[in-house]
Design a protein around this ligand. Structure first.
Ligand code: HEM
Length: 151
């Protein structure tokens, strides 16, 4: 029985370590993508050689880092919530709301990357720079909620 409990405690710690690692990868990608868009806009007109290079970089970032990391964060996070009973706790409800918004932001940025593939540039540099601050602000709130658990 004690061995079983030790094994479960170990699994929980591995899940949490995995969750935090993929959060780091996801956030790194979310910080990079709008910054890529700013450089992309400044670096050449649609259809130019540099336009194609930036499109390639953005698509790779989305496919290799952003999408797999977001899925891993959700799978590991929901597994943690299920094993710890977090669904019944106030801090987790608020965190869930924020991470849903962050996932929406991710989707919006991915759809903007698709627009760039089609040669459309509807956001200007200043707006992209402001948007770039969103993941950082959400991360501050989410980490405080997950670690301090004020309610
Ligand atoms: C996307 C959906 C997410 C879900 C479902 C989720 C769920 C959870 C749950 C249930 C825990 C508590 C584990 C425990 O009781 O020990 C946890 C821990 C944690 N989460 Fe998330 N999470 C998500 C996304 C994020 C994001 C985006 C961040 C940071 C920006 C984050 C940062 C953390 C941290 C730092 C901890 C460790 C807290 C501690 O043990 O002190 N999570 N997460």
């Amino acid at each position: 029985m004690a061995q079983m409990q030790d094994a479960l405690a170990m699994i929980y710690l591995w899940l949490k370590a995995g969750h935090i690692l993929f959060v780091i990868f996801w956030m790194a990608g979310l910080f990079m993508l709008p910054r890529f868009f700013v450089y992309h806009h400044e670096d050449g007109a649609p259809g130019s050689d540099s336009d194609k290079v930036w499109i390639h970089r953005e698509q790779r970032l989305l496919k290799i880092i952003l999408m797999p990391s977001m899925i891993a964060v959700w799978v590991l996070g929901l597994t943690l919530a299920w094993t710890t009973g977090a669904f019944a706790q106030g801090w987790f409800h608020f965190k869930l709301l924020l991470v849903l918004a962050l996932s929406g932001y991710h989707g919006w940025m991915a759809s903007y990357a698709k627009k760039l593939v089609r040669g459309e540039r509807s956001l200007e540099g200043r707006k992209l720079r402001i948007l770039n601050e969103v993941p950082g602000l959400v991360a501050v709130l989410v980490v405080i909620l997950a670690v301090v658990r004020p309610f």
